[in-house]
Design a protein around this ligand. Sequence first.
Ligand code: SF4
Ligand code: SF4
Length: 155
Amino acid sequence: MAGYFKRMFSSIKSIMAGMRVTIGYGVNPKTEVTQQYPEVRREPFDRFRGKLFVDINICTGCTACARICPVDAIVLKTVRDENKKLRPVVFDIDNAKCIYCGLCVEACPVDNCLYFEKKYEFSSYSREGLVSHFGLGEPKSAEKGPEDDRKEAVK
Ligand code: SF4
Ligand code: SF4
């Protein structure tokens, strides 16, 4: 019998301890932790991994990012332009497939070419809507290289 009352008082004591915290948050506005999204938006941390961004104008088309991606989230196709430089005509990143591991960012040899933005609001009603398109498109016929050396990193 004594054990029964001991357990009962112990339970009441722990419930009261929990309620003290709950009531404390309820009556003291300074301890408010709820943010009124979307009016108030949380600023992500500096190393937050949001949506991937490619500065396509400095991308060399080396395909290192697409080759290292463990889930084939990057589709990259290149052709040689008139100066025999690789031109990324297609550079798609499927944000639905991406697991935000950061391997592609680490593999990219060009500073500030491929990086995570702090953007985290990019939901979509379709899978296609989750694909980011960065490619430069096919060159005009005058820009095409003599052999039009076409490479596909990932299909
Ligand atoms: S972050 Fe990882 S999964 Fe996403 S595209 Fe880069 S390598 Fe692929
Ligand atoms: S690794 Fe960097 S430079 Fe190479 S194709 Fe990818 S984004 Fe472009």
